[in-house]
Design a protein around this ligand. Structure first.
Ligand SMILES: [Zn+2]
Length: 94
């Protein structure tokens, strides 16, 4: 039986590592010169569509709850324009 992804210790460890890498600051706010404490780690390529990138550092970005919310359209379950912009900016390392 597999554990739900977000409850797994692999995810929890990775999440902590990403937050530390990003100095616990929201990377979306940072683009606008704001310093906001990050509380979530966003999957740039969403987990539902790209589970193989679920634990890849390049696919993970620290965000505040507000920015993270603005990445996902909760009614359609798709990325918003802001979410797509991040997706265009990251890619797997060669
Ligand atoms: Zn933010």
């Amino acid at each position: 039986m597999t554990q739900p992804f977000y409850k797994s210790s692999r995810w929890k460890n990775k999440r902590e590592k990403i937050l530390r890498r990003d100095k616990y600051l929201c990377q979306e706010c940072k683009r606008y010169g704001r310093s906001t404490q990050a509380s979530t780690v966003h999957h740039v390529n969403p987990l539902e569509h790209s589970p193989e990138y679920g634990l890849e550092s390049w696919n993970l970005i620290s965000m505040c709850a507000k920015c993270h919310d603005s990445m996902h359209d909760r009614t359609t379950d798709q990325l918003t324009a802001a979410g797509e912009r991040w997706r265009e900016r990251v890619s797997p390392p060669p």
